[in-house]
Design a protein around this ligand. Sequence first.
Ligand SMILES: Nc1ncnc2c1ncn2[C@@H]1O[C@H](COP(=O)(O)OP(=O)(O)OP(=O)(O)O)[C@@H](O)[C@H]1O
Ligand SMILES: [Mg+2]
Length: 267
Amino acid sequence: MEDERGASTLRQAEAAGLAVPFVPWSAIEPDFLARWDQGQHLAVFGPNGTGKSHFAFTVAEDRVALRGASCVILANKPRDKSLSSLAAKGWRRIAEWPPGYEERLGRRVILWPRYPGPSNPRANRRVFMRALDGIMREGNWLVVLDEARYWVEQMGLRTQLDEMWTASRSNGITLVAGAQGPSWINTAMREELQWGAFFRPQHRERAMDVADITGDRRLWPVLMGLRRHEFILGQLRTDTYVRTRLPKPSAPAGSAEPKADSPSPPR
Ligand SMILES: Nc1ncnc2c1ncn2[C@@H]1O[C@H](COP(=O)(O)OP(=O)(O)OP(=O)(O)O)[C@@H](O)[C@H]1O
Ligand SMILES: [Mg+2]
């Protein structure tokens, strides 16, 4: 059942001639993975805590299993529970590019160099730039940039990521980029964006900005009507949208451990 807010905004959307059906994740995921071709970028939008990372890591993992691509998650944090839980699932953590033979076997790596501290957050910039060059040369990688704005602004990789985003399609590089809103996406990127996952925005203005990305402003009331952890999955070129929701993540392996047991970063 829709809650009050959901029901009224969905009515507005329907009045505007737009209905976005709810489809269980188990029903939509196989179809989505089959259609989401290598080289097609996916942007994930939503406020903190809505489930962007859970979604990005799930589709990355399932895509590796189903489509045979290799996946790398870029990370530059002191610690991160959900990334640590991926390590427990067989993702290999590396501090430098390229991954070695052993690390490539599972086709799932996290490039996560030692966090340099807040005084010099860009200390690892070269590591990531080398990785982007290597990834482009090799091709056939899926690259997850959780919190895209961080990479663009804090890490100062705007030019490099623009280049990757617009030139990588022919190399079979797929980017998955999460963010709260679309402000970091420029016009050229917009044209290259094929897929979107949209969680309920914080407010109406953000909902309109996000709806703009889809090219259909009528989507904003549908966005505002989404329930917790629910999102719209859209193929932007074909204007195909469904509402769906992932199953609850299994508890991160690290969550039951005392802090002192957190894996220490590689040197
Ligand atoms: N589909 C879901 N069902 C139930 N709980 C979920 C679902 N998706 C995510 N969660 C839970 O919600 C919390 C936030 O999820 P997640 O870290 O993926 O969100 P996020 O949007 O990436 O947040 P942030 O912006 O802070 O990184 C986590 O505790 C996660 O376990
Ligand atoms: Mg996150």
